[in-house]
Design a protein around this ligand. Structure first.
Ligand SMILES: [Zn+2]
Length: 722
């Protein structure tokens, strides 16, 4: 080769390289451009129609009301949602009511909830000095739930924490007012119901969910929840006043003088039995598949002010209802093929009664998008936005669509790629910060969990952990209109996609769901390999079995998730065939993942190591199939078994959240164990599914739970031939 030719070749290579390098899109650009079903124009129009400020206005409106579930205050705001959605043009806007007495059961449990509205309350020291401590007008949250009309002057007794019998040793609290730092529900039980106190002052300040340290917040007054309208023997509630740590110090200092301290407590409250749980509901009807609903939900109840928890979620879905309806009217969006429903509920309570009253929905609804705390300003509240996908028992392609839009919003706000379909989403008065959000595969219970229990896949948004959660400082100034707008955009765009997806979108959605499946399966492989890595020689074989189980169940989950796309395929044969093909390919790739785990196992254990035999308990569990007699959720189990029995169950120790005292609806292992009961899966299959999702649960733990459920007549156990 002459020098000249060599030079020419080199120059050509450089030129080709230059062209390749400058025209090939960067990997991040490719990856950030994906958004399903909706058009670029529709997304653009959506950002221009949504108003974070409008959402904040609704938050301001809602915070005027004490919204106990149930109460007149709640009814007023529920009616507001009905009136607003009607004025936008939504259909079938109405309030549904469900009696909440001692005998009517919803989803396996009674919900005895009288209607209760606090009107006024004051706490004064009258002896040895006269000093006002707090009042309902100053801090609405200073009245504990189910406080009744009261006008008493009595001596104050300090019981320390007041949650255990030892706190009362040598103290006479009868006909006195008790001061404690424990939870007001425990104080009510220990001091009022068991020892005849007139009522309680509670300086309870921690938060079981955020684990904030009360030392940092001496002025926090927390929501007085956990109280009951009457004791187990029918003794009526009296009163509870919620005070801050600082106010408690004031009272303790007065008591230090040795003279009896007398307080004067007045409460005026409206108390009606029975109460009625309520749900406000409105729809944008679907044109082709009206029963395949996409259900937005947000809990509208809570004490005053409760701006971020959860006026933010309630106000955000109201804004989505307005914008979608207006965009449809103006022709910016086609009328949806599937119905889009909006529900404003009383957290858990009316959600349960509503879902059991609409059994047809459980069969056909596609997915639920729930919002529980979505406005929390990151700097003020220290919360970031979380997105929780649907749980493994009920996966859905809608989860993946929401994830797509979540990532799109993160990309347009943080990377500011010129190739994106949108400009950064910023409200006019909110922050202009990057979008800090996290996608979570595992469940955080809120109202979506009650729909999952009823068979509808559900996703949830929550800004967390908001340090003002359940205190008097959860006020509208802690909401960021930019974040509100971003959440509204993610979920509205997702609803547009889910409500309109059809065979023309099938291939794109299939590629998306299959691609995301492999990401999750990669995480499962990582989890499986870590289980092996953490094992010592003694438990290596059982670790191997759990690792295999994680992989196998991961593939089963993704198969169910792919199957959820069949509603999009509808009757289109080409799509149906493609879906089947994809599912077959997945089954084949499971073998490859299992080989990787096996390889790692054998490298550690030696080539002759096998998977081991089933234990007699495991063999037995394979022949036991639980079938619901009366379907329920963790709270129902708690109620039907009773505290004493449930506290002995080992499953309580298998939860991803360390909670003391036990909060039944936060035990995700119990929650999913119940969700996997379908009359087909054996006890062993349920153990395997829930163990892969969270952490390994011994079969004896599940066995014990199912025996208890059978004894309580919630399930029956079918024995099938081996
Ligand atoms: Zn809350």
């Amino acid at each position: 080769m002459t020098r000249l030719i060599r030079m020419a070749v080199i120059l050509t290579i450089i030129a080709i390289l230059f062209v390749v390098m400058t025209t090939a899109p960067k990997a991040e650009e490719l990856d950030s451009q994906y958004w399903p079903v909706a058009t670029r124009q529709q997304l653009h129009d959506l950002t221009e129609n949504l108003s974070g400020e409008r959402i904040l206005d609704t938050i301001h409106y809602l915070t005027q009301y004490w919204r106990w579930a149930p109460s007149h205050g709640f009814h007023i705001v529920a009616q507001h949602m009905v009136d607003e959605t009607k004025s936008y043009g939504l259909q079938d806007a109405h309030i549904e009511r469900f009696i909440a007495d001692k005998k009517t059961r919803y989803f396996g449990q009674t919900m005895n909830r009288p209607s209760w509205d606090p009107i006024a309350a004051e706490l004064w020291v009258v002896d040895p000095v006269k000093q006002k401590i707090t009042s309902f007008s100053d801090i609405p949250m200073s009245v504990a739930g189910y406080s009744r009309n009261t006008d008493v002057t009595a001596e104050l007794v300090d019981v320390g924490d007041g949650s255990s019998p030892e706190d009362y040793a040598g103290k006479d609290v009868k006909n006195k007012v008790v001061l404690g730092s424990g939870a007001v529900g425990s104080l009510q039980q220990m001091a009022v119901f068991q020892r005849g106190a007139l009522g309680v002052l509670s300086a309870w300040a921690p938060d079981l969910q955020t684990s904030r340290d009360p030392i940092d917040f001496p002025d926090f007054v927390t929501w007085g929840t956990g109280v009951v309208p009457e004791s187990a023997t029918g003794q009526p509630s009296t009163f509870g006043i919620m005070i801050s740590r600082r106010q408690r110090e004031v009272l303790l200092n007065l008591m230090k003088t040795g003279k009896p301290v007398k307080v004067h407590v007045t409460v005026k409250a409206d108390f009606e039995e029975p109460g009625y749980l309520e749900v406000a509901s409105a729809v944008i009807p679907g044109t082709e598949f009206p029963d395949q609903e996409i259900i937005f939900s947000a809990h509208l109840d809570h004490p005053r002010p409760a701006a971020n928890d959860n006026d933010s979620g309630s106000a955000t879905i109201l804004e989505i209802a307005r914008v979608l309806e207006e965009m449809i009217k103006s022709g910016q969006l086609p009328p949806p093929k599937r119905t889009i429903r909006f529900l404003w509920v009383q957290e858990g309570r009316s959600t349960r009664s509503w879902i059991v009253s609409h059994p047809e929905l459980s069969k056909h609804a596609i997915a639920n998008i729930n919002m529980d705390i979505v406005g929390s300003d990151t700097e003020k509240t220290r919360a970031i936005l979380y997105y929780w996908a649907s749980s493994s028992s009920h996966p859905s392609f809608v989860s993946d669509i929401v994830e797509d839009y979540f990532e799109l919003v993160r990309n347009v706000n943080n990377d500011k790629m010129p190739t994106e379909p949108l400009s950064p989403i910023l409200s006019q008065t909110g922050s202009s910060r990057p979008f800090i959000g996290s996608i979570q595969r595992y469940l955080r219970p809120s109202d979506q969990s009650f729909l999952i229990s009823a068979g509808i896949p559900g996703v949830n948004f929550a800004a967390w952990p908001d340090q003002f959660h359940h205190t008097q400082f959860d006020t509208p100034d802690k909401s960021d209109t930019t974040l509100l707008m971003r959440v509204a955009f993610i979920s509205a765009a997702s609803a547009i996609a889910a409500a309109n997806a059809g065979p023309q979108d099938f291939e794109a959605l299939l590629a998306d769901v299959a691609g995301r499946a492999h990401v999750r399966l990669g995480e499962d492989l990582l989890k499986g390999l870590r289980i092996l890595d953490h094992a010592d020689a003694k438990n290596l074989q059982s670790a191997y079995r759990e690792a295999v189980n994680v992989i196998h169940e991961g593939y089963a989950r993704e198969d169910r998730n792919l199957q959820s796309l069949s509603v999009v395929a509808a009757n289109d044969q080409k799509s149906i065939d493609e879906l089947r093909q994809q599912q077959t390919t997945f089954r084949a790739s499971e073998t490859v993942s299992l080989q990787q785990v096996e390889f790692t196992y054998q490298a550690r254990a030696g080539n002759s190591a096998g998977i081991g035999q089933d234990s007699p308990e495991e063999l037995r569990a394979k022949n036991r199939v639980p079938v619901w007699i009366e379907e329920t959720d963790p709270e129902g189990v708690f109620q039907r078994l009773g505290k004493e029995k449930i506290n002995k169950l080992q499953i309580l120790h298998y939860t991803s959240q360390k909670q003391e005292p036990f909060v039944p609806d936060f035990n995700v292992t119990l929650f999913e164990t119940l969700n996997f009961i379908d009359g087909k899966r054996s006890e062993q299959a349920i153990r395997d599914a829930v163990s892969a999702e969270y952490s390994a649960v011994p079969i004896g733990v599940i066995d014990e739970l199912f025996d208890a459920l059978a004894e309580a007549k919630l399930i029956q156990i079918k024995t099938v031939a081996p």
